[in-house]
Structures are given as C-alpha cells and as structure tokens.
Design a protein around this ligand. Sequence first.
Ligand code: SAM
Ligand code: DTB
Ligand code: SF4
Length: 350
Amino acid sequence: MPIAWPPCVRRACNAFDSPFGAHLRSRAVKESYAQLEEIYNRPFFDLIAEARRVHQSHWPGREVQLCTLLSIKTGACSEDCGYCSQSAHHNTDLKPQPLMTTEEILPHARAAKENGSTRFCMGAAWKGVRAGDRRFESVLETVREVSKLGMEVCVTLGQLDDDAARQLKEAGVTAYNHNIDTSPEYYPEIVSTHTFQDRLNTIGSVQRAGMQVCCGGILGMGEAVKDRLRMLEVLAGFDPPPESVPINCLVAIEGTPLEAAQPVDIFELVRLIATARLVLPVSKIRLSAGRTSLTKEGQAFCLFAGANSIFYGDKLLTTPNPGENEDLDLLETLDLSPLAPHSPAGVPVA
Ligand code: SAM
Ligand code: DTB
Ligand code: SF4
C-alpha cells in the first residue's frame, strides 16, 4: 500500500543517517525492512545484549517513567477498531460515560502526581476533535489546569487538524498519543471507519503544532511478525522519531472481534522491544497494555531489552493494570527507580 507521507512525518529524502529513514525509495524500503528482519531474527541473547548496550548508551540511568492514564470520555465511539472495548460497533459490557468535567478530572491528576507519575495521559473515545466544539473547549480548559501541576500532559482524542493541534499545544499539552497500531497493510483488517493514512495525517498535525508524538501499536491481533516489523519501520521513519512508543499487548475483550485472539509469546514481545530499542534509540519505549498477563520475569526481560516506561495505577483506560505496590516492588527487585519529575534522566543522551 503506498503511503502518502505528510512532509514532516517522513524523513527528508536525503536523510540517510539511519538505514530506517530510507524508505522513500522502493529499493531502500526493501533494504531497510530486510535490516529490521535481520535484527529481529538475531540469536536471542545477541539481540537483547545489543539492545541493552544501545539502551545504556542513550539512557544510562536506572529510571523508569511512570505514567497515569485516565479515560475522560468512555465508550460509545463511532469507530470500529477491532480490539477496542469502547467501540459502539461491538457488544462489550462497557458502560459509556460522558466527558468528565475539569473539576472531576483534577483530583485524578493531583493523585497521579502525588503517587509518583510524571506524566498524566487523558484518553477520550472519539473519532476526533474539532476546534470550536464545546466538548473540545472543555478539554482545553482541563489541559490548562492540569498543566499547572508540572507533569507532562498527554492526551489522546482521536483525529486532529492543524487548528485543533495548535490549540492543544497552546493549552499546555506536551505529547499527543495517536497509535498506528500495526502495519499499513494489516490496518484495514482491524479498522474500517478510518485509514492508516488518516492516522499519519493527524501525526503530521501534531508535529507541526510542536507537540511530542507518542505513537506505537498493539501485538497479538493476529498480525504476522512482518506486520510488527513494518510498524517499526514506519515509526522509525518519522522525523523526528516519536518521543514515546507504547507497545501494547492486546487485552482480548469479550464482545470484540478479537475476543478469541491468542496471547503474545513473551519471547516475541521481548524481541520486538529489543528491535524497537535498536531502531528507535532515543524514544521512550512504554511497556503498555497487557501487563497483567505477563509474569514479573517477563516484564523484567522487557525492561532489560529497552522498555523504560510503564503505565502506573490499577486501571488503564477501561481494563486492569497491575497494582501500584506490585509495580513498585518489581522496580525495587530490579534495582530500578521511578523517574523523578524534571529529571535529566528523562532526556536521552544523544
Ligand atoms: N480514540 C483514540 C484513538 O483511537 O487514538 C484514543 C484512545 S485508544 C483507546 C488508544 C490506544 O489504546 C489504541 O490506539 C490502542 O493502541 C490501545 N488499545 C485500545 N484498546 C486496547 C486493547 N484492548 N488492548 C491493547 N491496546 C489497546
Ligand atoms: C497506548 O498505546 N496505550 C494506552 C494509551 N496509549 C492511551 C491505552 C491502553 C488501553 C488498553 C485498553 C483499555 O484499557 O481500554
Ligand atoms: Fe474509538 Fe479510539 Fe477505541 Fe478506535 S481505539 S474505537 S477510535 S476509542
């Protein structure tokens, strides 16, 4: 599928500082994909040792960023994303909730800060937002208030245009989460109400507005390894690379088309994280949804191979996440510590 890259999403044609930026020429696409495949298929211990080496050179500390999520508008979404509990197209048990007010949201943000999160991420189950809309104005007001707390402020509201993106940036949003979720080729198998290209267009607006891009995907939706690597190829082609890359394992939800999907093999997850670390050395890699199905040892492997952030708190948007004490115990066992607010360790060594 040809991708019409918005100019600032793609790397400039002559930017060959990384083999993964070279996908604009069809021959280079094959070469860079082939290199990703070569990396992914290295002997397991060679792969994770190399990923660890690269990780330590860019992220020399032992910090893991804790981020708290809050669903500020839940369910009844017009989109048909096959994995999602919040789509109105599926028959899930989820009870829709209207947009929370600023007053309702602020205590959650304050609690997140007190508990040690340095990033507060608000998610809304919308196809997208438009400047001028009453509900969008309310989100802007919330962002203005939350940003006074001094945490990174991330929102994920669906599609944006340049105008809406600019207003979010002005209100104090530091990062916008908008995942590509899988390869361009597999995306239409998962979603029919918008396209992969729509996702890239929104990411272009986010970049032009000067917000950081948080963009990643989901493993375990029936995709092939090739789709996972194509997804990384696209992410590694962003210019600049995404500030953060969430890697979610599908939480299979009853009533969605993917309810019977098989769990992701832990070694495939670790390989993918290690490969992501090698091709996206300065991005924060967030070990995201699905951690309740991973063992402590499995998570430790992911953190060794390059993950340096987790969602913290016992709920993601609508699904469970490990408890806070469980996560703090795990970090302590591994001699890791939560990233402190405004710590230089939160910025990669170039
Ligand atoms: N509506 C917005 C959008 O689509 O970007 C924001 C919310 S959406 C829930 C954010 C991301 O959560 C999705 O792109 C997907 O990567 C992840 N996600 C949603 N449901 C999931 C599930 N059941 N398992 C794993 N990840 C999931
Ligand atoms: C992301 O990639 N994962 C987070 C965040 N970005 C918004 C959301 C995970 C949601 C998991 C399913 C749920 O809780 O509804
Ligand atoms: Fe809606 Fe986002 Fe869920 Fe898709 S992933 S159904 S756009 S909330």
